[in-house]
Design a protein around this ligand. Structure first.
Ligand SMILES: [Zn+2]
Length: 223
């Protein structure tokens, strides 16, 4: 089972992805995590990847694909987060799976209006205690005491990349990269879109359940 998750920053992709991982006993596969791991282990690949990331540039497709294929050889129940990021990566993934007699099960696209991402992220505060890492939202999930973490009592702060200008830049980048992927998977008949409404009372668990239903529908349609 190969599930691909697409979703803008602030769409809740990480949380919903983790719920699906639990539910279907999948391995969570994030290229970001793999890059960090290789860098930490100081492998040849890690050194190369670090060269790009430390300059603030994207890791070239060839390197990313090489790392992903290496990992995929040993896993067959995964949820992919952050990969593929380009059409070239998507094509390579299809090729690789086909060669190995496998295929993508479903692509879940979390769709959220840009203005809602900005509203949600601009009200996000996180715990300043790095060992705690709790996250609150002054509009949607306020802490019990203003500016204080419910869990450990440390001060709550704003993340640097949650500034509206930064978010707007990230969204422009996101749409530029992701729209071609959405079209690509739509054409393959794999895409399911879930609209995220930040003002509804729907929890992330419920959204994950909806995503699960869509995945099961796909699995059943192949039988
Ligand atoms: Zn805390």
């Amino acid at each position: 089972m190969y599930i691909i998750m697409l979703g803008a920053p602030g769409s809740g992709k990480g949380t919903i992805g983790r719920e699906l991982v639990k539910k279907y006993d999948l391995s969570y596969f994030s290229t970001g995590d793999i890059f960090r791991d290789e860098i930490e282990k100081n492998t040849e690949l890690g050194i190369e990847v670090n060269k790009y990331l430390s300059e603030g540039s994207l890791v070239p497709d060839e390197i990313t694909i090489k790392i992903v294929e290496e990992k995929l050889k040993s896993m067959d129940k995964i949820l992919l987060d952050g990969f593929p990021r380009t059409i070239k990566q998507a094509e390579k993934l299809d090729e690789f799976l086909q060669e190995n007699g496998k295929s993508i099960t479903a692509v879940i696209n979390l769709n959220i209006p840009d203005k809602d991402v900005i509203t949600r992220t601009s009200h996000r505060v996180i715990c300043s205690n790095k060992n705690c890492g709790a996250s609150f939202n002054t509009m949607f999930m306020p802490p019990k005491k203003d500016g204080i973490c419910d869990i450990c009592g440390s001060k709550l702060i704003k993340r640097k990349d949650d500034k509206p200008e930064t978010i707007k830049d990230r969204l422009v980048q996101y749409h530029k990269n992701t729209q071609p992927l959405i079209d690509y998977y739509k054409k393959e008949g794999l895409l399911d879109t879930i609209d995220i409404d930040i003002y509804s009372n729907k929890t992330k668990e419920e959204t994950a359940e909806n995503a699960g239903k869509l995945i099961e529908k796909k699995i059943n349609s192949y039988k």
